[in-house]
Design a protein around this ligand. Structure first.
Ligand code: KG4
Ligand code: ZN
Length: 376
């Protein structure tokens, strides 16, 4: 089997059932590599999963700086790939394919990961799989829980907040999205304005533990409107106004503001999830509705509780992969690689990196999509 620069696909076994794939993730501020084995029955096994977070490199700036991210990926990726191979005790010759995030994301970082994958694919004479990072989030629940299609996914991260119907590999329908800030972004901005550390989500959650979530009556934007769209920019602004009224702001005020913010966010997400699940059941009567969570905000206990309530109210099953597989990682990229490989979907070595790459190609562009470039 040999690779091609001209665009024709390398010959690949059509009866592909099991596969060993190296995955590479560099679309934002995590440099990651992983080895995943897919068995003949379509189950997945993570043999290694190495993630190097750049949080410390960006903390000073209160957010991800694209140039710093790209340089850090260049400096770290070779070693991270070597470590993933060593942890899994495999050689390049053992692999069936190399998968890398080809978008969406911060373009400098995506180029570093994709070029590295191309170089390994060429040198080792293995097929390349260019993975959509959002699809990798969407498919993680099949790796961890073997969830069958169709299912509903809520992706809540630093760059995206959207409900997606997953109908098959490469087949997604976007049902609703944020019209302004992503929920993770709202957590981060709320933390910043309250003087909490970066990244804001975990800091807000921690402060909220000793807070009173009923003290501030914050808005639940768009909640009374039909459809599944969401909005979080107004919520963050309401926190700012409430904080200004408290001046000087005490630690207890901060905790109460964080708890009230979390309550409002959980209410919005929960009520939208309930509506999305009802829509799922109308579209697929007789099929057990499953709601899959993905993205960093899925680590938040209060948000999980809200989604649990929505699932219970609609008779649905909530699937929440472990937090380290909800946040950015390369095991999900390797797994998505095996899913595509099983269908013979490989890419030529001249495949382009894509800063924007919506899951649902038919959906109209999202106002709230990709504003941070890649925090997905
Ligand atoms: O999916 P992710 O790791 O990365 C990208 O967005 O690329 O998500 C990061 C986002 C950040 O906005 C972070 O503040 C948020 O997820 N986050 C949380 C929690 N942990 C991470 N938000 C709320 N509660 C958390 N425990
Ligand atoms: Zn992501």
């Amino acid at each position: 089997m040999s690779n091609s620069l001209a665009g024709e696909k390398p010959a690949i076994r059509k009866d592909f059932f099991s596969a060993l794939v190296l995955g590479i993730e560099t679309s934002c501020d995590e440099t990651a590599a992983a080895i995943v084995r897919r068995t003949g029955e379509g189950r997945g096994e993570i043999l290694s999963n190495v993630v190097r977070s750049q949080i410390d490199d960006h903390a000073l700036y209160g957010g991800v700086v694209p140039e710093i991210a790209a340089r850090a990926h260049i400096a770290m990726l070779d070693g991270i790939v070597r470590l993933a191979m060593k942890d899994a005790d495999v050689a390049f010759a053992d692999l069936d394919a190399i998968a890398a995030t080809a978008g969406p994301g911060l373009i400098g970082g995506v180029i570093v990961g994709l070029m590295t994958a191309k170089a390994i694919a060429l040198a080792a004479d293995k097929p390349l799989v260019a993975v959509n990072h959002l699809e990798a989030h969407a498919l993680t629940a099949r790796l961890t829980d073997g969830v069958p299609f169709p299912y509903l996914m809520l992706l809540v991260s630093g760059g995206h907040t959207q409900f997606v119907m997953a109908r098959g590999v490469g087949d997604y329908v976007r049902l609703g999205f944020t019209i302004d800030d992503a929920l993770g972004e709202a957590f981060d901005k709320t933390a910043k304005l309250l003087g909490l550390s970066y990244p804001g989500g975990p800091a807000v959650e921690k402060a909220a533990r000793s807070g009173d979530g009923t003290r501030f009556d914050l808005p639940r934007p768009l909640l009374n409107r039909p459809g599944l769209d969401m909005s979080f920019a107004g919520l963050k602004t309401a926190v700012r106004v409430a904080a200004e009224r408290c001046e000087p702001v005490s630690d207890q005020d901060v905790s109460d503001l964080c708890a009230s913010f979390q309550e409002a966010a959980a209410d919005v997400v929960s009520s939208r999830a309930r509506r999305a699940l009802e829509q799922f059941s109308q579209t697929y009567p007789g099929i057990e509705p499953v709601l899959v969570m993905a993205g960093g905000v899925a680590a938040n206990t209060r948000i999980r509780e809200g989604l649990n309530e929505a699932a219970q109210a609609t008779g649905a099953r909530l699937v929440a992969p472990p937090p380290h597989l909800c946040t950015d990682n390369a095991a999900m990229i390797a797994w998505a690689g095996t899913e595509r490989l099983a269908l013979g979907l490989v890419d030529p070595l001249n495949v382009s990196p894509r800063p924007r790459w919506p899951l649902d190609q038919e959906a109209k562009p999202m106002l709230g999509e990709g504003r941070k470039g890649a925090k997905v």
